[in-house]
Design a protein around this ligand. Sequence first.
Ligand SMILES: CC(C)(COP(=O)(O)OP(=O)(O)OC[C@H]1O[C@@H](n2cnc3c(N)ncnc32)[C@H](O)[C@@H]1OP(=O)(O)O)[C@@H](O)C(=O)NCCC(=O)NCCS
Length: 340
Amino acid sequence: MNAPPPAGSTLRPVRIAGTGAYAPAHVLTNRDLEKIVTTTDQWIVERTGMRERRIAAENEAASDLGAEAARRALADAGMAATDVQLLLAATITPDYPFPNTGCIIQSKIGARHAFCMGLEAACSGFVYAVETARHFIATGTVENALVVGTEKMSSILDWTDRTTCVLFGDGAGAAVLRPAKRGRGVVASALGSDGSLSDLLLIPAGGSRRPTSEATVAAREHYLRMNGREVFKHAVTHMVRSARTALHRAGVVISDVRWIIPHQANMRIIRAVAERLGVPLERFVINVERYGNTSGASVAIALDEAARDGRIRDGDLVLMLVFGGGFTWGAMLLEWEKGS
Ligand SMILES: CC(C)(COP(=O)(O)OP(=O)(O)OC[C@H]1O[C@@H](n2cnc3c(N)ncnc32)[C@H](O)[C@@H]1OP(=O)(O)O)[C@@H](O)C(=O)NCCC(=O)NCCS
């Protein structure tokens, strides 16, 4: 499924034709966190590289953040919301258990001709969603897709648990996908999952296994729980492995890649991935110090920043690397081709 299409294939190459991002205005610094839990700016910086993160307002939900990122991506692609044919929203902090957040974003931006769905792959969500949407375009089912990664992580954090609440932030990123014109667009991808490790990173209650009850609320089971050390190890291993698989499928080597955009979970994870791949950190797009881990939005926000400030140029090979709850992970290699 992820290999380049065989000769004679009718699959069309698909590119990212526009990007957008939105981060809520309120900045929560490490110093602010010192007033909420027993922690220090020094511990957070040394262990994670994070200095601040954005926190959404009480009346801002994931769809509000996602709608703004979507509007910016559409403007960047020069496309009207009414032209969107597929709207796919990746999130683990949906406005509601159902309907899906794609539908809520649709109504906010006026994408009334799109069919809409949600996708849940935790921090891998954006890459999983781009990979899913691109097949609808590649097969000719639709002519374009709007992919949104959006999270209000602050709504699922236990603000009494210092081992998790300092790590995450809120934000959204979006991309418009269209058939490639000149280049190869998405060159290769390599996605993977291991559901046997799902209990290392999850929200224990609120689903059909443990529906909401007074007991689940009292036990704080509606908040994110994580075994940080285990997650760390698996994240490094799988981001490196999937990068190698995607490069192999594309028939290129790591030195051909201009920019690596890793999931922004922890500076130490990024450094370990860089070392193992033998790539200097200067070729990584990094913003973890300003946003923390925004889960399904993280790579989308970083991609938008690097595309807008001119780091990524037409023809560049860009490698996105993700890892998240599930576990889920993946790599996607793109040949950058903007323009309308
Ligand atoms: C969470 C993480 C930063 C913790 O770093 P670590 O170096 O593994 O730290 P440890 O968990 O070993 O904890 C070390 C000590 O710091 C303490 N500590 C944990 N959080 C702290 C905080 N915010 N402030 C101060 N001390 C803290 C721990 O209680 C522990 O104390 P102890 O030794 O007295 O028991 C790290 O494991 C990590 O980043 N994991 C991956 C998380 C992630 O990215 N998840 C999302 C992936 S999609």
